[in-house]
Design a protein around this ligand. Structure first.
Ligand code: GLC
Length: 591
């Protein structure tokens, strides 16, 4: 157990590893990762040195949105295992000293959830329909949707049911939005939070935390449709009818009372894509306690943007009155950072737009400079891991995986791909959700090995076909051949790999930084516009107080480091001991 995890407030400076279960490790050969796979890989996660794992949804689902369309909030999808598997996984995690966080999806259910089926059966005006957002359509016969909002995944945000009413969905049509004014809805989630807490879960990640409270009644929907869009998630004036509304905080105050029924209190982090000035509201100690700050993930490889992202994170933690900053460079919704940093950096095109255009063209529109991308991703992780607060690492990030841009359209699973039209096409998020490569097979590969997507051995994602004597299904998303260079076993044996860098950085972070128990102190070290440098209180290897410094060079020429001993560097220093471009170093400063 890391020393940090002996504390009740472990989450304030935890490194949390996000598992996307369907793509992590498949133990039964159906081509889909499972809960037993997480248990099997617990030693890997422990050796990596993380404090906690967060599992994206593993609940029964029709997979209209990769599991974020939940049919039953209090069970395991049979394709991923059983509740016994879940209990075993939690026991293994706790034995390894790791905390477990599960994903709660309260904004919408699956259209196969009991609530929605009841709503369809019970008909208009019923109590069952009041759990969702049903409205009459416009036009002579109600044949037009209540307004012309488009869903976040493309296509209309309203879907008509057999008796003519329409229901609202921010995401796919299979994900009807819940009505949080309805007491049954509140009760369903109170039960769910207690259910997983009673099963040993240490905390929760709250999906779309800024979307639950909606006000579609104060003004005619047609009028709202002109003033606001689903896409615009900002709510500066407090009037946005669906995003970041003040009433959403009442829900989290109620949940806090539930979290505090447990000892230690359960932890929660909100996914709220809100303006930085509103983040702290979700992170208040009376509410969720922590919120994701996505500013680092949105920033191009640019010192100015990165500095602003760090400032936003630190400020918002301070304002929350008890939370800590969170640092995120990757998750299952964002093109992978190694690729983002490998593509042209053109801030004017907006967040992730370049990467999305490039994915749309199967990775052909721009040159992906992988050497540069890797170099910068190595530099970025040192910059990030030294900061005060919690760090969220997305599976495969520690292997330095790139985005898989050329998944054939007919293999894509993300609803974004099928819901967007030709004019506004988007291939979606599958490129960062491809099943992980665990082993590099030395076996001769099949004849079609040179195809872009071979029928190989799934790089250890599923059980080996030969060893099993029976065929494993293909991984649910195709793995590219180049995954072999990123397999965990190969990287584990290579001291210069991304995995080795993550392991070393995490070990040092725990010893030098986390051990001080100080998760807020931070000072900028002015080294010019193109350098991000900061200091923090630390313990030296003998356990005496020392000053830690992290320096990242975004400029085009090498920079001299401050005086001290270099602990770790993402790239070799030059002959004069200077830090080259696109690199980071950690030091203990001389007194
Ligand atoms: C969150 C999830 C994303 C999902 C959406 C709808 O943004 O991270 O994957 O599609 O919510 O649940």
């Amino acid at each position: 157990m890391t020393a940090n995890n002996t504390r009740d407030d472990w989450w304030k400076q935890a490194v949390v590893y996000q598992v996307y279960p369907r793509s992590f490790k498949d133990t039964d050969g159906d081509g889909i990762g499972d809960i037993a796979g997480v248990t099997e890989k617990m030693p890997y996660l422990q050796a990596l040195g993380v404090d906690a794992i967060w599992l994206s949804p593993f609940y029964p689902s029709e997979l209209a949105d990769g599991g974020y369309d939940v049919i039953d909030y209090r069970d395991v999808d049979p394709r991923l295992g059983t509740m016994d598997d879940f209990d075993r996984m939690v026991a293994a995690a706790h034995k390894a000293g790791l905390k477990v966080i599960v994903d709660i999806v309260p904004n919408h259910t699956s259209d196969r959830h009991r609530f929605f089926r009841e709503a369809l059966e019970a008909g208009r005006g019923s109590a069952a329909r009041d759990r969702y957002i049903f409205r009459e359509g416009r036009g002579e016969h109600g044949e037009l949707p209540p307004n012309d909002w488009q869903s976040l995944f493309g296509g209309p945000a309203w879907q008509r049911v057999d008796d003519g009413q329409w229901y609202f969905h921010i995401f796919a049509a299979e994900q009807p939005d819940l009505n949080w004014k309805n007491p049954d809805v509140r009760e369903e989630f109170d039960r769910t939070l207690r259910f997983w807490s009673d099963h040993g879960t240490d905390g929760f990640r709250i999906d779309v935390a800024h979307g639950l409270a909606k006000d579609f009644d104060s003004r005619p929907l047609g009028e709202l449709g002109r003033e606001y869009t689903v896409q615009d998630q900002s709510n500066h004036d407090g009037r946005n009818p669906m995003w970041d509304r003040p009433e959403v905080h009442e829900i989290y105050k109620e949940w806090r009372a539930i979290f505090d029924e447990y000892d230690p209190p359960r932890f929660a982090v909100g996914e709220a894509w809100v303006v930085p000035e509103h983040q702290h509201l979700y992170a208040s100690p009376d509410e969720l306690g922590q919120v994701f700050n996505f500013e680092l993930a949105k920033a191009d490889w640019d010192a100015g943007r990165m500095r602003a992202a760090i400032e936003d994170g630190l400020e918002s933690a301070e304002r929350s009155g008890g939370s800590t900053s969170t640092w995120v460079m990757n998750n299952h919704d964002i093109p992978r950072s190694a690729t983002r940093y490998a593509l042209p950096q053109v801030p004017a095109r907006g967040k992730h737009r370049i990467a999305k255009d490039w994915i749309l063209r199967d990775g052909k529109s721009y040159y992906e400079d992988r050497t540069l991308g890797t170099r910068r991703a190595r530099a970025a992780v040192l910059m990030e891991m030294g900061l005060p607060g919690s760090v969220y690492v997305y599976q495969g990030e520690e292997l330095g995986l790139f985005e898989v841009a050329d998944i054939p359209w007919d293999r894509l699973e993300d609803p974004t791909a099928s819901r967007t039209s030709r004019n506004f096409a988007d291939k979606g998020r599958d490129g960062c959700r491809v099943p992980l490569p665990w082993v590099t097979s030395d076996e001769p590969q099949p004849a079609d090995w040179n195809m872009d997507f071979g029928q190989g051995e799934s790089f250890g994602f599923s059980p080996a076909r030969k060893a099993e004597g029976s065929a494993s299904a293909d991984p649910h998303l195709p793995q590219p051949l180049w995954f072999k260079d990123f397999a965990a076993d190969r990287e584990s044996a290579d001291g210069s790999s991304m995995l080795s860098l993550y392991r070393t950085a995490l070990r040092q972070r725990a010893k030098l930084l986390t051990a001080t128990g100080d998760y807020t102190s931070f000072d900028w070290l002015g080294m010019g516009h193109d350098v991000i440098a900061y200091t923090r209180p630390a313990l030296d290897p003998d356990g005496s107080p020392a000053t830690f410094a992290s320096v990242t060079n975004f400029g085009s020429v090498p920079v001299a480091l401050p005086k001290g001993s270099v602990l770790l560097a993402s790239a070799e220093l030059d002959a004069d001991g200077r830090l080259p471009r696109d690199a980071s170093a950690w030091l203990l400063l001389d007194e």
